[in-house]
Design a protein around this ligand. Sequence first.
Ligand SMILES: *[C@@H]1O[C@H](CO)[C@@H](O)[C@H](O)[C@H]1NC(C)=O
Ligand SMILES: *[C@@H]1O[C@H](CO)[C@@H](O)[C@H](O)[C@H]1NC(C)=O
Length: 383
Amino acid sequence: MAHSVSPTLQVLLLISLASSLAKGAVQYNVVSYGAKPDGKTDSTKAFLAAWTQACASTKSTIVYVPKGRFFLRKVAFQGPCKNNAIVLRIDGTLVAPSDYKVIGSSGNWLIFEHVQGVTVSGGTLDGQGTGLWSCKASGKSCPAGATSLEFTNSNNVVISGLTSLNSQMFHIVINECQNVKVQGVKIMASVESPNTDGIHVQASSGVTILNSKISTGDDCVSIGPGTTNTWVQNVACGPGHGISIGSLGKDLQESGVQNVTVTGATFTGTDNGVRIKTWGRPSNGFARNIVFQHLVMNNVQNPIIIDQNYCPDNNNCPGQVSGVKISGVTYLDIHGSSATEIAVKFDCSKMYPCTGIKLEGINLTYKNQPAEASCNNAGGACL
Ligand SMILES: *[C@@H]1O[C@H](CO)[C@@H](O)[C@H](O)[C@H]1NC(C)=O
Ligand SMILES: *[C@@H]1O[C@H](CO)[C@@H](O)[C@H](O)[C@H]1NC(C)=O
């Protein structure tokens, strides 16, 4: 308690923060531009109009979404803007079309492009993905689905206190961005929902994901090619497919993944805990300087796994040999329970064995007995 701040001082700090925001920032309320909080009226144009004003302002701005449900089709929040401090503050819920034909083929529902210094704060995104999931489960031909929220080609982004429900496809995507902080987000979709990754990061640097709770049908967090300097801390994952680096090595020419830390995560009933996954195909990609530490596994199928033989339907993987070089992976202080006998599985490339794999303080049990490890072509591990 030595560093606690008195309640009075806290209130004063909050007031001064609120007034400094109010003083500096110009506010654009989407309702003033014709948005209706009734869950049915199409508010797409109103949101775009408010954004256009905010983006054209030379002062810092707030686009404000009050309580209520706002129905939106695809919205592209385009930059560059005239200022580098725009907050999209959401008290209500943004609702996607439940008919997947409306945005299911357009890749995205809400997308920010070429922006600097944008914060999305609070609110709920309701992706209404269940119709598309049923279509996919029925084996009919269906659109791929839309990502609920994406930032692309953007810098200095914050996503804070957001809830994302039932996305058609990925919930949040960070693509070709620098300096992104995602904190206090809640992500939820059915364990049966296909490709509903929680947070997908690719071709980005300086991404931090903190204090978030993710339950979904695919990876809780997935880290794709070209991602560097990424920090994931205090994430509760499950159900879902765990936290994955990959899939890597689908392409022959591919940027690598470097300096990724996952620390203090809890996995509950997930398919995987921490996974590195590469296609069994030729590639010049790599994954290096990866740290997985202070993790708790609760009944996880594959708590620790490297799988370099990913090849769905055994298609287009000549010889099944991955070109992706995996090196310098540290697993530190990982404990809890495995749902299978093999808790640690390293299945590395025959041509480019994994090197510099370190395991320390690993205590995983299966049915209350020490679990086992299995290694192929993994240097430094399974000693
Ligand atoms: C690794 O990434 C962290 C952020 O996750 C950053 O603070 C650190 O400087 C990076 N290290 C190197 C060697 O780039
Ligand atoms: C490993 O975990 C089990 C179950 O939590 C515990 O009983 C055991 O003492 C631990 N072993 C070590 C070496 O820490």
